[in-house]
Design a protein around this ligand. Structure first.
Ligand SMILES: C[S@@+](CC[C@H](N)C(=O)[O-])C[C@H]1O[C@@H](n2cnc3c(N)ncnc32)[C@H](O)[C@@H]1O
Length: 349
């Protein structure tokens, strides 16, 4: 069991920092949370936007088509999704491409970047109807010989973070140790210095930074779109554990609960630098993509509980008190690519 493995690891090698704890809990090959289960949906631990309604993937599909046209309708182009979960978002995107712009669909070389072999097998079933789909666990393994459009929903929040607490002796790292054989938080003996801040609490993002830099290095022409729960800074303890749609103690059930953090979009924008658009609110982005129009058509054709569920999902996606402004959308594109749809042309609007 994951808990025994972590306890033994601490006994053998000493306390873990939060990033190492997250990595083990989520991605340890035999027991890690994402490596062993399908956590999505009502029967699982959490629900993501594409699992709530097909509208989400359809609107991302419209964004892809618009950008493909702005790129000059390249034949072929690479359509990449990072962290595809069950494959539902890509399924809805591809259906939209097929229906709205079949030449865009026909020219898409699809790549799914997935770290979990278990989720990869679910994605293979979901995308069974589509040819020309390839999988990799590392974006740098893909040979991008044509323009690239990359999408990633709720993938950045799954990267391990380190955490630091301000003390009288400088910043100390939050670590996980054993207290009477139970996992508990402590702080490192070692002190750290952070420049240009006196925040009480700091999260750092080595794993996400490595991933974003590989996205930036790999895409010679094209764009990347990231959608996630987040804010503009990382000056808070945002680590949370979710099990059966409830917040639970981070240390209670390692490997048995999802662990996420809020994405620091200011940091993401700093890594990408110029040519970054957003972050903008998810509600704004989806509305710009035409969600209300498409929603009206879908609602006309549904009734009863299905209609109520659809209405609830639409409300959740676009209302400012819900995902509409809690979720953000950020786009980075290479020099010279025209502005993609869905953003106001300001940096850090
Ligand atoms: C919270 S799920 C989001 C799934 C999906 N995008 C959705 O919206 O339903 C995170 C996904 O990212 C994958 N993942 C996490 N870290 C990854 C990494 N370093 N490289 C590729 N995939 C990763 C997980 O296995 C999982 O498929």
């Amino acid at each position: 069991m994951m808990k025994d493995l972590i306890i033994q690891r601490i006994k053998d090698r000493g306390p873990l920092n939060v990033a190492d704890y997250m990595s083990l809990c989520l991605y340890e090959p035999n027991h890690g949370y994402y490596m062993t289960r399908d956590p999505f949906g009502n029967a699982g631990d959490f629900t993501t936007a594409p699992e709530m309604t097909q509208l989400f993937g359809e609107m991302v599909g419209i964004w892809v088509i618009d950008l493909w046209q702005k790129l000059g309708c390249p034949e072929p182009f690479h359509l990449v999704e990072a962290g595809p979960g069950r494959g539902t978002l890509m399924k809805d995107v591809l259906r939209t491409l097929q229906k709205v712009r079949s030449t865009c669909y026909a020219n898409a070389k699809v790549h799914l970047v997935e770290i979990s072999p278990h989720l990869k097998s679910i994605q293979m079933d979901t995308l069974d109807d589509h040819d020309d789909v390839a999988w990799t666990s590392n974006i740098e393994d893909i040979d991008f010989d044509a323009p690239v459009i990359l999408i990633g929903n709720e993938v950045l929040d799954a990267f391990p973070v380190r955490q630091f607490q301000k003390t009288e002796d400088g910043y100390k790292e939050r670590i996980i140790e054993l207290n009477e054989n139970k996992l508990s938080y402590a702080t490192s003996d070692r002190s750290y210095t952070f420049h240009n801040t006196d925040a009480e609490f700091i999260e750092t993002y080595d794993a996400m930074e490595k991933f974003l830099r590989s996205v930036k290095r790999s895409i010679k022409k094209g764009a990347a779109l990231f959608i996630d729960y987040g804010a503009m800074s990382g000056h808070a303890d945002t680590l949370q554990a979710l099990s059966k749609h409830q917040t639970v103690d981070v240390l209670d059930n390692p490997g048995g609960a999802d662990l996420t953090t809020h994405v620091n979009f200011g940091f993401v924008a700093d890594i990408f630098g110029s040519n970054t658009l957003g972050p903008t609110d998810l509600g704004y982005f989806l509305t710009q993509m035409g969600l209300p129009i498409r929603a009206a058509t879908l609602l006309e054709n549904t009734e009863g509980t299905e209609r109520e569920n659809l209405q609830a999902a639409i409300h959740r996606l676009i209302h400012p008190s819900q995902m509409g402004s809690l979720f953000k959308v950020l786009c980075w594109r290479t020099q010279g690519v025209p502005d993609p749809a869905g953003f106001q042309n300001t940096f850090f609007q």
